[in-house]
Design a protein around this ligand. Structure first.
Ligand code: FAD
Length: 514
């Protein structure tokens, strides 16, 4: 082949054409471009990635393939260990350039370092860009003066964020003209080569059951952009959005529902940020961080920075910002929580929605996370985060770990004495329990008075509702008033022990110096 690069653009997150600097770098002066996604069958297991998220991923890949085909290209889906799969193609396709968007999770960082080394060994130029966050996490660290100096509060993060200046503009998607078009250069036969097609869920060993799962968030960039635009048309809603005023138990999401699209990079956070700014410009009295939609993107940014800078961010041990708490280990309690069998309808309805749709409103996540950890069951936040990581359609390593630490009063938030009631919390915004009736149909017939506490219904009422508590629906597994009081005392003791240990450490250091 004559001059010009032969590029592989390696999609991982960033499953989009808009604002994709790495894809544009692959295209620049190239005579051949292979947009590639590598499906590692090792992770295609329901015990790692739940079926709802896997389905979202495959839908996103199908959408990407469709969009690339309109530009005369296609998506090449490879299967296997990424490095092995890539190396094979480096040789077969005579690749000279590899591009990808940087990924900041520990597993991905290691994989990408190895991919870079491998490519360089083959004499391949490697270009990486940043597009998953508003700014490069490295820039935050550099500005803060080191990974151990990053701000650990939202307000001090806000100051650092402003010091970085303007959020870079979102880039336009490439056009047909940006792709190498000549049939001598593009292997037209490859467009019809079904070996590289996006597989089905079944091909990947997954079973979809309509009775158990529902697609509330169809995957893909096309859907992401449509959803964002639909929201942006409701200008007043966007301008005055305040997160705490949204309800956790509406039957349709009361927030944007854009998290799966941001997680997989079907939507660029920079595009969303700037589109929001355009709406804000029309409303002098628009909402502000931390509660506004810009504020939500800043939470995302803050937690991404923290997860990038803090070692062992997803665990208690060896994590410098995580308080050590003496969590219990009780698999039966954990299983009851995970399988919506706690006997508290509000908690069980949330866990049913999570399993069914892969998504929960932020405050519903608050409720179930508090219940599992410091509120009621006193199980480690790590266990809860693992369940979320498997079931959430938007599971994001940084955001999930950070929020679990927050809810369990392990980091960021320490008001352990403020515990959510598994009865009163949901009632505030949904007194008649429509949400519970939807997700727990066995309780559907209970009068409003008992829908949050069905165990209090007299036996006659239970019989007439066709649901006997203890038989058709569980009794509460714990007495909330009792356990929450005991848990508060335990956390207070852990905090006190920590204070003592810090004091002792300071005294020892002082003594050693004098
Ligand atoms: P909106 O309110 O419309 O916000 C827009 C975007 O801002 C979201 O899509 C998200 O990207 C970001 N955002 C909003 N709230 C937060 C927050 N508290 N922290 C970080 N980013 C935020 N979010 C995930 O995307 N992935 C996770 O794995 C995840 N795990 C969580 C675990 C727990 C225990 C809790 C309490 C929260 C978790 N969140 C997670 C944060 C939050 O609940 C979701 O981002 C939000 O509910 C998604 O809905 P939305 O897109 O409608 O949010």
């Amino acid at each position: 082949m004559s001059g010009g690069a032969v590029s592989i653009h390696w999609f991982r997150k960033g499953l989009r054409l808009h604002d994709n600097a790495a894809l544009l770098a692959a295209l620049k002066g190239a005579k051949q471009v292979y947009p590639v996604f590598v499906l590692d069958p090792h992770f295609a297991k329901p015990e790692f990635v739940g079926v709802v998220r896997y389905n979202f991923l495959l839908e996103s890949l199908r959408d990407l393939d469709k969009s690339l085909r309109t530009l005369g290209s296609r998506l090449y889906v490879l299967k296997g260990k990424p490095l092995q799969a890539l190396e094979e193609k480096f040789k077969e396709w005579e690749v000279t350039r590899l591009t990808f968007e940087r990924d900041t999770e520990p597993y991905a960082k290691l994989r990408d370092t190895q991919a870079r080394e491998l490519a360089e060994k083959h004499g391949i130029e490697v270009i990486t860009t940043v597009g998953h966050t508003l700014h490069d996490p490295e820039q935050y660290i550099a500005k803060a003066g080191g990974a151990d100096k990053i701000p650990l509060t939202y307000s001090s993060f806000g100051t650092l964020f402003r010091r970085l200046g303007k959020v870079p503009a979102a880039l336009s998607a490439p056009t047909k003209e940006d792709f190498p078009q000549s049939s001598t250069l593009v292997r037209t036969d490859a467009l019809d080569d079904h070996r590289f097609d996006v597989p089905s869920l079944k091909d990947m060993g997954y079973e979809w059951n309509d009775d158990e799962h529902e697609v509330r968030f169809p995957g893909g960039e096309t859907e992401a952009l449509e959803r964002m635009r639909r929201h942006l048309q409701r200008k007043a809603w966007i301008a005055h959005f305040e997160k705490p005023k949204t309800s956790p138990n509406t039957l349709e999401p009361s927030t944007t529902g854009l998290s799966p699209y941001l997680k997989f990079g079907c939507l660029s956070p920079r595009l969303f940020y700037h589109e929001l700014a355009r709406v804000y410009a029309e409303y002098r009295d628009h909402a502000k961080p931390p509660v506004s939609l810009h504020g939500q993107l800043l939470w995302r940014e803050f937690f991404h920075m923290c997860g990038y800078a803090v070692k062992n961010f997803d665990r208690m041990e060896g994590n410098r910002i995580c308080r050590q708490i003496d969590w219990d280990t009780n698999d039966a309690l954990l299983a009851a929580w995970e399988n919506a069998r706690t006997g508290y309808p509000w908690i069980d309805a949330c866990m049913t929605q999570l399993r069914r749709e892969g998504w929960l409103h932020h405050l519903a996540r608050h409720a179930v996370a508090c219940f599992l950890t410091r509120g009621d069951l006193y199980q480690s936040w790590e266990k809860g985060a693992q369940v979320f990581d498997r079931l959430l359609v938007d599971a994001d390593w940084h955001l999930n770990s950070a929020n679990w630490m927050w809810l369990s009063c392990s980091s960021f938030f320490y008001q352990y004495f403020r515990v959510y009631s598994p009865v009163a919390f949901g009632k505030k915004t949904d007194p008649s329990g429509a949400y519970i009736r939807k997700y727990l149909p066995q309780l559907k017939a209970f009068p409003d008075k008992y829908i949050y506490e069905p165990w209090k219904a007299p036996p006659g009422v239970q019989r007439s509702c066709g649901c006997i508590i203890g038989k058709d629906y569980p009794e509460p597994i714990v007495d909330h008033a009792e356990v929450s009081a005991a848990n508060k005392a335990r956390i207070r003791a852990c905090y006190d022990a920590l204070k003592q240990a810090e004091k002792a450490k300071k005294t020892t250091t002082k003594d050693a110096k004098s």
